[in-house]
Design a protein around this ligand. Structure first.
Ligand code: APR
Length: 248
């Protein structure tokens, strides 16, 4: 099916949907200048997740891990939402039953105006006490760029704080899982800008399909999900979403 037909089909499905859910990955922030993980320039090409994005890495070397997150926070703080974030924010206001689940921790969906974002992997702008000390909240916002001290200390107990993101080997927050599972009951489920290789996020589109949703993928290149969805559109999310919106 050629691009225009695919875009028109997706627009028709969105128009007739009463509930829409979207899962996004780092590909939607690429046009904003936020590095992806597995693409050509992906972060995992130059850094090892085992060194930087696991609880063991943090215990082994909290300074190194925080230096990396401080660098990413500084980079992201200079980035702006792009058309992909803006179209999704518009849809979140227009469609009463619209749910956005993101794997991204950059906060750009929120900065574009999308509310109630389900942050599947947490937020790079939140932190929590590594020891979960009794006087500290579960997590809190910390947008300090650059960090004054690396690694930063917990203001409540003087111990370490850690980034409020989900690392490899860690589970997904139970409330996030509950909300994401509820979002599978929809007419249209879109997966946008994700390589569809990290579970459980990568399993959501199949689960939505099994519940009867029309599933669509928008991604720059084919992924393991491409053959299983009802509609796979290859191209930049910021262009494709803008073209779909132009038909709505
Ligand atoms: N538009 C659409 N897709 C794009 C664009 C774009 N402008 N630019 C890149 N992509 C695609 C790439 O082709 C790739 O398939 O986005 C996908 C990004 O894949 P990853 O870099 O693997 O990012 P993601 O799928 O979000 O990673 C999932 O892995 O490292 C963990 O926790 C991290 O949340 C992350 C998770």
């Amino acid at each position: 099916m050629i691009h225009e037909e695919s875009i028109a089909l997706l627009a028709r499905r969105i128009r007739s949907a009463s509930a829409i859910s979207v899962l996004t990955g780092s590909g939607v922030s690429a046009a904003s200048g936020v590095p992806t993980f597995r693409g050509e320039e992906g972060l995992w090409k130059s850094y090892s997740p085992q060194e930087l994005a696991t609880p063991e890495a943090f215990e082994r070397n909290p300074k190194l891990v925080w230096e990396w997150y401080d660098w990413r926070r500084g980079l992201i703080s200079k980035c702006r939402p792009n058309a992909a974030h803006e179209v999704l924010a518009l849809w979140s206001r227009r469609y009463p039953k619209f749910t956005l689940i993101t794997q991204n921790v950059d906060g750009l969906h929120e900065r574009a105006g999308t509310e109630n974002v389900i942050r599947f992997h947490g937020s790079i702008w939140e932190v929590f006490c590594r020891d979960r000390c009794p006087s500290s909240p579960e997590r809190w916002l910390d947008e300090t760029v650059p960090l004054g001290k690396i690694p930063p200390s917990c203001p409540y107990c003087g111990g370490l704080i850690r980034p409020g993101v989900v690392w490899f080997g860690e589970g997904i927050d139970s409330e996030v899982l509950r909300e994401s599972t509820a979002a599978l009951d929809c007419d249209v489920f879109m997966t946008v800008g994700t390589a569809a290789v990290v579970y459980p996020a990568a399993g959501l589109v199949d689960a939505a399909h099994r519940k009867g949703a029309f599933t669509a993928e928008i991604n720059l290149e084919p992924t393991p999900a491409s053959g299983a969805v009802d509609l796979s559109i290859q191209g930049p999310a910021e262009v494709i979403l803008h073209s779909v919106e132009a038909l709505l």
